[in-house]
Write a protein that binds this ligand. Structure first.
Ligand SMILES: Nc1ncnc2c1ncn2[C@@H]1O[C@H](COP(=O)(O)OP(=O)(O)OP(=O)(O)O)[C@@H](O)[C@H]1O
Length: 746
């Protein structure tokens, strides 16, 4: 008697049992999801290492002098001077905005937009600049960016109309993005973690000294030059020193990436001499999965809303409402800078001390610096006269600037060292683009519809309150995130040692400690296995265990939130999928692997598009796959959609094999195919195996897996339950029976 006929219930029975079966199924699903959520929560709470093992925590305390000596003062000095010139340039626009507005006949709103937009243009440069900084010598990037900056500053001074001025601002913004990306990355790798807070504060502070004097200098030069074109001279004078320092920057030394994290955690430095390229998308996906990074980025995006427009609006309000002169407005900026210079030397050493003991407290300190502004802003903007207005603005401005100065060191410690530049770029995207541009547009609208005060209060109060809250909340994740940094570094060292000890025996593919989530739902937990050259590995498991997902992670279609993927011993976790294809990793996706409206030949030609320049190689590959699948050779003119399921699967496989893969990933080889077709496919795989191809195949059938695989990995609920010889899996009744026998028997 067949199983189906035995199990068909009578109609009344079915009517009674259906609800209970459905209820049982539903409660089973709910229980399984609750269990998954519990595992996800455990994984997120997990603090793997004691505080003193976290990077920079509990290390030997260093004075700033010792820290600077460790990295050499050349880098510090050069970057400080470049940042100072940047400040001077910013002050020129901010202080002289009324004159520039009048020279080009712009409205207040338009002036705010043009001036703030140059900050938003940072975002355009930050992405490629961050990408470059993670890949190439940072000194060269800084040198070239400095040269472009100087040219664009000249251009701002010579702008004949508002459009040309706007375009020059565009260039300045893009060039300045090297400050936020390459500078930060270079500083983090040059100076030890224990002084990062103070280095950052001093870089920021020294630049702000220039910024503090800048409004006076700029206002002074413009007043001295006099006339309608007086505002142009600060720009023209600034261009030359900027060019000189940019040329000097080309000579800065390039430290090994991540060296201080490695020294702190591992005690020595491992150099990745020839790193593989990083995909921006993967980098961003990974970074946004780091809870502390995400909280900090959102916090500073909120702050960005109020930040950029506030300076300009303050200047416009000061002139229109209080009748302040250019000099008095310059003095206002100068006072804020002076206050910051008194605040930074207090907060920065405290930050370093706190980080040294407890990084969560260091981050909380920054949140507490931001919150007071939400109360202080309304007090300042309702002051009765310009002196009170000027003085009341000082504390909030100084404290918020402190938070901006000190967030870099925290981020640099949490972000994977290969992604430092991208980490800052991501921050820049959110802060300047979402916060800055959004804030600028909103401020322009509010300022034109009401007045600058309404604009500042409506935007500034919530943005500071939210920013402070998010940072304080983010502090609860930092231990876990730093633990993950340690785990990654240790894994890297273990792998490095293993490769050194046995260089001839490096696996073709390695998947280590992989966590992966779709949105907020984590589906892979700590997955790891290896595949040796020429080996066939079967990936088996229950439905929804994550087999297809791990293939996606291997070929780059999904970015893990933790863990590493290596090809021939080289890290390729963040390499773009198309690049992985070039390195030899190819995926045959499950089902629908062909273009049904095209002929067999067109399908193959589509797949071989990349080989179009080398006709001989293409012909050789075509001959190879047609020899493997003679059935296809006789159907080259037939529409792929009219082929049988098995033939379509062969065509899809042929299309992948055209690329001469080094590692072939097959998702669902036999699904829905007749046994005789499966036999043919297995024969092809056997031949590919004999030709030395490395294969990972996701397979539902244990028998098929046993027929082709040397080893097997068994996944259940996103976790590896078994890795070993395939025949041993067949002997594991607990795994094999439950999943496969029932299915195959049916
Ligand atoms: N694009 C997606 N968005 C959200 N969740 C997804 C997505 N793809 C898969 N999942 C979920 O991720 C989990 C793992 O899915 P995956 O397809 O990797 O499992 P599998 O082992 O290949 O399953 P099967 O054998 O049934 O194909 C499942 O719970 C699935 O519902």
């Amino acid at each position: 008697m067949s199983r189906s006929s035995a199990s068909v219930p009578s109609v009344p029975e079915a009517a009674n049992s259906a609800p209970s079966t459905a209820a049982g199924l539903a409660s089973g699903l709910i229980a399984a999801e609750a269990e998954r959520q519990q595992r996800q929560a455990d994984a997120q709470r997990e603090v793997l290492f004691a505080d003193e093992l976290l990077p920079g925590v509990g290390d030997e305390r260093l004075s700033l002098r010792e820290g600077l000596a460790a990295g050499g003062s050349l880098t510090f000095t050069t970057l400080v001077v470049l940042s100072a010139l940047d400040e001077l340039e910013s002050a020129s626009v901010s202080v002289l905005s009324p004159e520039i507005r009048d020279a080009f006949g712009m409205s207040d709103g338009m002036m705010v937009f043009v001036a703030s937009a140059s900050s938003a243009f940072l975002v355009l440069g930050a992405l490629p600049m961050g990408w470059l900084a993670d890949r190439y010598r940072r000194s060269r990037i800084i040198g070239w960016a400095g040269a472009v900056f100087s040219v664009m500053v000249f251009a701002s001074g010579f702008a004949a109309n508002a459009l040309l001025f706007f375009l020059a601002r565009f260039g300045v913004g893009i060039a300045k993005s090297s400050n936020t990306t390459a500078h930060v990355s270079l500083l983090a790798d040059t100076y030890p973690i224990g002084v990062r807070g103070r280095i950052s504060a001093f870089t920021y502070g020294a630049a702000r000294i220039a910024g503090t004097i800048s409004p006076l200098v700029v206002g002074g030069i413009a007043t001295l030059a006099g006339g309608e074109d007086g505002w142009r001279w600060p720009f023209i004078i600034l261009g030359l020193p900027a060019l000189a320092v940019a040329l000097w920057a080309f000579r800065l030394p390039e430290p090994p990436r991540g060296q201080h994290e490695m020294k702190s955690v591992l005690g020595n430095v491992i150099k990745d001499e020839n790193p593989l390229p990083i995909s921006m998308e993967s980098a961003f996906a990974r970074l946004m999965r780091i809870h502390t990074v995400k909280s900090a980025i959102l916090a500073f995006s909120a702050l960005g809303f109020g930040l950029f427009a506030t300076g300009i609006l303050g200047s416009l309000w000061a002139e229109d409402h209080y009748g302040m002169s250019a000099f008095q407005r310059g003095l206002m900026g100068t006072l804020g800078g002076v206050a910051l210079l008194f605040t930074l030397p207090v907060v920065a050493p405290r930050y370093d001390r706190l980080y040294h003991r407890d990084p969560a407290k260091a981050l909380r300190l920054l949140g507490l610096c931001i919150l007071p502004a939400s109360v202080l802003l309304p007090i300042q903007w309702f002051m009765p006269n310009w002196i009170a207005f000027m003085i009341a603005g000082v504390p909030a401005a100084a404290l918020s600037s402190v938070a901006f100065a000190m967030i870099g060191p925290i981020m640099q410690s949490i972000v994977p060292y290969r992604l430092r530049g991208m980490g800052v770029a991501l921050g820049a995207v959110y802060v300047f683009f979402i916060g800055g541009t959004g804030g600028a547009v909103l401020a322009a609208l509010l300022a034109d519809a009401y007045d600058p005060r309404v604009a500042v209060l409506v935007i500034g109060i919530p943005s500071h309150a939210l920013g402070g809250y998010l940072l304080i909340r983010g502090a609860s994740f930092i231990r876990n995130d730093l633990s993950l940094v340690v785990a990654d570094l240790r894994e890297e060292l273990a792998e490095h040692d293993r490769q050194q000890a046995d260089p001839a025996n490096i696996p073709v593919l390695q998947v280590n400690d992989i966590d992966f989530s779709y949105g907020h739902v984590q589906v892979l937990f700590d997955v790891g296995f290896e595949v040796r050259r020429g080996e066939t590995l079967a990936l088996l498991g229950t439905n929804g265990a994550g087999k297809s997902t791990i293939l996606k992670v291997i070929c780059g279609l999904g970015t893990p939130s933790r863990g590493v993927v290596r090809l021939n011993g080289r890290t390729m976790t963040y390499v773009p999928p198309e690049q992985r294809g070039r390195y030899g990793v190819h995926l045959l996706p499950g089902g629908n692997g062909v273009f049904p409206a095209m002929t067999v030949r067109e399908n193959l030609e589509m797949s071989a598009f990349r080989m179009r320049r080398d006709g001989a190689d293409r012909d050789r590959r075509f001959a190879y796959v047609l020899d493997l699948f003679p059935d296809l050779a006789s159907r080259l003119g037939q529409q792929a959609g009219s082929l049988s399921g098995g033939q379509q699967q062969m065509l899809a496989l042929a299309a992948v094999l055209l690329h001469d893969p080094e590692v072939l990933l097959i998702d669902e080889l036999s699904l829905g195919l007749a046994p005789v077709v499966v036999q043919d496919l297995l024969a092809v795989l056997e031949r590919l195996k004999n030709d030395g191809l490395t294969i990972i195949v996701v397979e539902q059938s244990l028998n098929i897996a046993l027929a082709i695989a040397d080893r097997a990995v068994f996944l259940e609920k996103g976790q590896v339950r078994f890795v070993g010889p395939a025949r041993e899996l067949a002997e594991r009744d607990d795994l094999a029976r439950a999943v496969f026998l029932g299915r195959e028997g049916g």
